[in-house]
Design a protein around this ligand. Structure first.
Ligand code: NZQ
Ligand code: ZN
Length: 392
């Protein structure tokens, strides 16, 4: 196991009705004038926005509102939010929605206290300072409710990039599984896929002797394997949604990723797909993961066969571990298809003729002069092109 630091100070208020505590929590973490940031309207229709406002009013907290965050959140609204916060003297950003709303809130929070262009952070500058952020989560997926990360798409060129810093880790996150019951089946499945991807990105490591985190990751994927069919069968299954919601947080606040190198190839390759085709991040990952794993399998066949046996119930073939490894990748893909996820470029709405461009932007688009991606296996543009071809 490698040396590590683990710092994850988010306060979680979990369970039914906890959104009523929003006002108290904002006060507890020093807010007095709040920006309530939200998405395309689901929180208006569900009545959640009104409940959150009521909770702030009860604590005599002032607030302004900014809605309209799109999935794969855009830079334009971030600039608008930064201006609004400066004009109104906002000192706390409250995200009410999914990962996109949370990420847009984090970008605004960092941008308000920064003299330069907030996009600098998405080109590699570490976020040292930000307004405090709180969240009321409505979809179990991205894990942004407990992460120090934010992913934004710059409308100038539709470039999707991430930024990080402990300053944008939410001060508190309200996790009420009931709030996810209005999610349609497709979005629910996209979230489940993203959670599984966050676990695989950490599982695929070159670090040795990381049994505790290996076992934690396996148990979380096993949980998704049992809970996902229940929630797909009954979208109002509170207990299944509760287990998935907490798994989504645990999968991505890095408690299961410490002391080990991580991969993130599938995310880097997927981000080009959701940037170009505006598909859901989870749907993109469903198509990307099996292709990446198939391409990288021979780098460590035993790791892929280990997860095949321990999670997907495959029989270990000691003479041919590559057969077991392949079966595990197939089992993952079958599982994702069973919950309604796409399996190839066509089902995702991606185009073969874009492959070269996708691979180029993936490898070089971040000002990455070396042109390599991947923490598990270093990959160049030609490898990434081949991986995209495996998705046809
Ligand atoms: O915008 P509204 O109307 O709220 O509708 C949303 C949106 O259309 C809808 N939705 C959310 N909660 C709902 C609901 N509809 C009905 N009932 C509810 N309770 O679902 C749609 C998707 O929402 P979005 O916020 O985009 O989903 P998600 O949480 O999957 O976030 C995806 C974004 O997070 C990024 C992704 O790249 C993508 O841009 N990621 C962020 C990470 C991070 N910050 O740590 C890590 C992830 O790997 C990921 O990259
Ligand atoms: Zn993700």
């Amino acid at each position: 196991m490698e040396n590590f630091n683990f710092y994850s100070p988010t306060y979680f208020a979990f369970g039914k009705g906890r959104e009523a505590d929003c006002g108290k929590l904002v006060k507890q973490f020093g807010g007095s004038k709040v920006l309530i940031h939200y998405g395309g309207g689901s929180v208006v229709r569900s009545g959640l926005l009104d409940q959150v406002k009521e909770s702030l009013k009860q604590e005599q907290l002032d607030f302004v509102e900014l809605g309209g965050v799109k999935p794969n959140p855009r830079s334009g609204l971030v600039y608008e939010g930064i201006e609004l916060c400066k004009k109104e003297g906002v000192d706390f950003v409250l995200a009410v929605g999914g990962g996109s709303t949370i990420d847009s809130s984090k970008a605004i929070a960092a941008g308000v206290v920064y003299d330069g262009d907030f996009w600098d952070f998405y080109q590699g500058k570490w976020i040292e300072e930000a307004l405090p952020v709180g969240t009321v989560l409505t979809i179990a997926a991205a894990g942004s409710e407990g992460s120090p990360d934010s992913v934004i798409t710059n409308e100038d060129g539709m470039i999707k990039r991430g930024a990080s810093g402990d300053a944008i880790r939410p001060k508190f996150s309200v996790l009420n599984p009931e709030l996810t019951e209005t999610l349609p089946a497709y979005q629910t499945a996209c979230g489940i896929t993203d959670i599984i991807a966050h676990l695989y990105e950490r599982y695929l490591t070159n670090s040795k002797d990381v049994e505790v985190t290996d076992r934690l990751i396996e148990s979380l994927i096993l949980t998704m394997k049992t809970e996902a069919p229940k929630v797909m069968e009954n979208l109002q299954d509170y207990e299944a949604r509760a287990n998935i919601m907490w798994a989504g947080m645990v999968a991505h606040n890095n408690i299961v990723g410490v002391g080990r190198s991580q991969d993130w190839t599938s995310h880097q390759i997927e981000h080009e797909l959701s940037a170009l085709y505006d598909c859901a991040h989870g749907a993109g990952l469903a198509v990307t993961m099996p292709a990446v794993f198939t391409y990288n399998m021979n780098h460590d066949v035993m790791r892929f066969s280990q997860i095949a046996v321990r999670v997907w119930g495959c029989q270990m073939d000691f003479a041919h571990p590559e057969v077991t490894a392949k079966e595990g990748i197939k089992a993952l893909q079958n599982f994702l298809c069973s919950i309604g996820m796409p399996k190839n470029f066509e089902e995702l709405g991606a185009k073969e003729e874009d492959i070269e461009k996708l691979a180029y932007t993936c490898c070089y688009g971040k000002g990455n002069e070396g042109g390599r991606i991947g923490g598990f296996v270093p990959l160049e543009q030609k490898d990434v092109e081949e991986i995209y071809r495996l998705m046809l």
